[in-house]
Design a protein around this ligand. Sequence first.
Ligand SMILES: Cc1cc2nc3c(=O)[nH]c(=O)nc-3n(C[C@H](O)[C@H](O)[C@H](O)COP(=O)(O)O)c2cc1C
Length: 184
Amino acid sequence: MEFVDLDLGSFYRVLAPRPTILVTTMNKKGEVNAAPFSFTMPVSMDPPLIAVASVASHHTYHNLEETGEMVVNIPSERILQKLWVTGEKFPQGVNELEKAGLTQMQSVQVSPPWIKECIAHMECKIEQIMECGDHQLVVGRVLKLGVQEDTLKDGLLDVELMKPLLHLGGMDFVVGDHRIKVEK
Ligand SMILES: Cc1cc2nc3c(=O)[nH]c(=O)nc-3n(C[C@H](O)[C@H](O)[C@H](O)COP(=O)(O)O)c2cc1C
């Protein structure tokens, strides 16, 4: 087996496929924004903290700085085409959920809405923002977690049923639709 050097800027392309999320935020005027992100990870279990890395020019980031709240929605294969629409560049104040034909649902503890067609919804308050290279690292505390019925099987995501979307890069995704187990 031969190994070759790859351009360093491609490092995240081999850290793939990455869980894909749809982040909903609101600005001070109450306008809703939604965008897909794949630079994301859990960073603490207790308290429950999740990190998202956003380019500073994104409306999402502007809203996060302005109102300090987000909902992390977990999409499935079923809404891939709609998710792609939310990732297009729209003028500030345009609600990408309306453009994509996705449905808003009232959150319980924060202002930005849940996306009904998603598997799970994490309502978050922003706790920390850190400049991180060409992205801003935003850490949110999960205040409420709502999931579709039957989301978990044996305490783990039922991937066969939920078919979560993983981002490979560009327009390419992977569907996480089967589980394998380590053999003893
Ligand atoms: C699958 C996917 C994953 C993305 N992941 C990120 C990400 O992790 N961070 C980021 O800043 N932009 C990411 N983007 C780009 C933004 O979603 C895109 O630029 C969007 O238009 C930003 O919207 P906004 O300005 O309304 O926030 C991703 C796009 C796609 C399609």
